[in-house]
Design a protein. Structure first.
Length: 359
C-alpha cells in the first residue's frame, strides 16, 4: 500500500511515518511545507528507506499536490498537515484559516480529481483519512462544576469550537464530510486528545516544561492549572491512525483518546518529579513553577470516549500516562541535540545539509 501523509515532518505526522516504515511493508510519501514545526531531522532514522519519499510541497498549492498524486499514485491519504498551536492562533489566526481550511479544501479537490480517474478496483479501496482534534467539541463540565459521573466526548458530540485553531479544524472536518457526502469521496475522520511524546516541538506544555526546567527558567502555568486534558502517547496514536486507514469503512468517525484525564498542574508536577529523579539538582524543579494570566477562551476540560475504536477495530493504548511520560522525559534528556537544533533553528541547516544536497 502507498500512503501519502501530509504534515509528515510534524510531531504526530513523523510518528506515523516512523510507524509505517518501521512496523509495516507499506510505502510512504511525506508531503510537508516545512514550517517552523516541520522537522525532517525527526525522520532521519527512516529517511534512507527505499519505501520513504519526501516532497517539499504546500497543501495550498493545488497544482503541486496534483503532480505528487499523479507521480506516486497513492492508495490512501492521511491528512495531518495543520497549524495546531492555540496561542499562535489567537495572535495570528489568518495562517490557521489558510492552512487548515483553504489547504484542506485544496487537498480535497486534488484528491477528488485523482480518485475519480482511478480504475474501479483501486477507486473502491481508496481512503481519505482526515486527522483532527477533540478541541472541535469545545469543552466539557469540570469536576468543580458538577457532581457525579462526568460526560465524555463521543463521535456524536456537537461541535462548539472555542479558539481560532479549533474553529478552523472544525471547518476542515465539515469540508471533509461534505466531500464524502456530495462527491462520494471515501473519507474517514478521527478526532484525538492531547498528544505527548518524543519529537514534540518545545512550545507545547510537556516539552516546554522539560526544556525550561533544565534551563532553570520559570515553568509557566495558565490560571490555576486546573484545566483537564486527556493525554495520549503519540506512538499509541500512530498505531491507531494506521489501524483506521487500513480497516475503517468510508464515512466513519473515530475518537482516539488515552484514558488519561489529568489537570495541567498535575502533569507539570509529575514532570518535575521525574526530572528530580532522572536529572537531580540542589532544589526541586517544582520551585520553578509560576502562574500566569489565563489565555482567552481557555477550555477547562476535554475527555474522550474511545470505546468505539476499541470495539470496532480492536485498538487501545498500550502506554499508561506514567509509562508514556517517563519515556518522554527520558527521550528529551537523551536527545538534547535535537532540542537545541529546534530551539536555535539549526534544524533548518540540518535539512539543507542532509536533504537538499541529495535532491
Amino acid at each position: 500500500m502507498k500512503i501519502l501523509i501530509t504534515g509528515g515532518a510534524g510531531f504526530i505526522g513523523s510518528a506515523v511515518v516512523r510507524h509505517v516504515i518501521d512496523q509495516t511493508d507499506d510505502e510512504v510519501i511525506n508531503v510537508d511545507k516545512l514550517t517552523y514545526a516541520g522537522n525532517l531531522e525527526s525522520l532521519k532514522d527512516v529517511s534512507q528507506s527505499s519505501r520513504y519519499h519526501f516532497q517539499h510541497v504546500d497543501i495550498c498549492d493545488g497544482q503541486a499536490i496534483t503532480q505528487v498524486l499523479n507521480d506516486y499514485q497513492p492508495d490512501a491519504i492521511m491528512h495531518l498537515a495543520a497549524e495546531s498551536h492555540v496561542d499562535r492562533s489567537i495572535t495570528g489566526p489568518a495562517e490557521f484559516v489558510q492552512t487548515n481550511v483553504v489547504g484542506t479544501y485544496t487537498l480535497l479537490e486534488a484528491c477528488r480529481q485523482y480518485w475519480s480517474a482511478l480504475p474501479e478496483e483501486r477507486k473502491s479501496a481508496f481512503r481519505f483519512h482526515h486527522i483532527s482534534t477533540d478541541e472541535v467539541y469545545g469543552d466539557l463540565p469540570h469536576p468543580d462544576e458538577m457532581e457525579g459521573e462526568l460526560p465524555l466526548f463521543t463521535e456524536e458530540s456537537s461541535y462548539a469550537p472555542s479558539s481560532p485553531y479549533s474553529s478552523t479544524k472544525a471547518a476542515s472536518d465539515h469540508l471533509v464530510r461534505a466531500w464524502g457526502r456530495t462527491y462520494k469521496l471515501p473519507v474517514i475522520v478521527t478526532n484525538c486528545s492531547n498528544n505527548y511524546g518524543p519529537y514534540h516541538f518545545p512550545e507545547k506544555l510537556i516539552p516546554l516544561i522539560i526544556s525550561n526546567a533544565l534551563a532553570g527558567k520559570p515553568l509557566p502555568i495558565y490560571g490555576k492549572g486546573d484545566q483537564i486534558r486527556d493525554w495520549l502517547y503519540v506512538e499509541d496514536h500512530a498505531r491507531a491512525l494506521y489501524t483506521v486507514v487500513k480497516q475503517a469503512q468510508p464515512g466513519s468517525t473515530y475518537n482516539i483518546g488515552g484514558h488519561n484525564e489529568k489537570k495541567n498542574i498535575d502533569v507539570v508536577l509529575k514532570v518535575c518529579e521525574l526530572l528530580d529523579e532522572l536529572r537531580p539538582k540542589t532544589t526541586p524543579y517544582r520551585d520553578q513553577i509560576t502562574y500566569v494570566q489565563d489565555r482567552p477562551g481557555h477550555d477547562r476540560r476535554y475527555a474522550i470516549d474511545a470505546s468505539k475504536i476499541e470495539k470496532d477495530l480492536g485498538w487501545k493504548p498500550q502506554e499508561t500516562f506514567e509509562t508514556g511520560l517517563k519515556k518522554t522525559v527520558e527521550w528529551y534528556l537523551n536527545n538534547a541535540q535535537w532540542v537545541e537544533h529546534v530551539q536555535s533553528g539549526a534544524y533548518q541547516n540540518w535539512i539543507k545539509e542532509n536533504y537538499e544536497k541529495r535532491s
